[in-house]
Design a protein around this ligand. Structure first.
Ligand SMILES: [Zn+2]
Length: 106
């Protein structure tokens, strides 16, 4: 395994912050209707520390990274299994047995 080589091809993780123009809403309110915010390509996010507008294909990937991180956070907050791992695996059958709510049919 040539790990050093692989790292060179990793996509960079850019720090995305809420677009200051649309306040992360991805749209700006026009006179009669909402317009897609031109400052963030309608994503609601811009690269931290720069006014660089990401090309759409790059933006999609960066948004995916951000979404994945957000989902991990949500899962961690909810305490859903997967993050808790083996500990939860051992606890659950015990708790269920004590609670007595889980009958074995036959
Ligand atoms: Zn914007």
């Amino acid at each position: 395994m040539k790990k050093g080589l692989q790292d060179g091809f990793k996509r960079p993780r850019l720090d995305l912050i809420q677009c200051p123009v649309c306040k992360g809403r991805a749209v700006v309110t026009g006179v009669f209707y909402e317009l897609v915010c031109a400052d963030c390509n309608g994503s609601g996010w811009v690269v931290d520390g720069s006014r660089l507008l990401l090309p759409l294909e790059e933006l999609v990937t960066q948004l995916s990274f951000k979404l994945q991180a957000a989902e991990r956070e949500i899962r961690a907050l909810k305490g859903v299994s997967g993050m808790a791992g083996p500990e939860r695996h051992y606890n659950e059958p015990n708790r269920r047995g004590a609670g007595g709510s889980n009958f074995t049919g036959d």
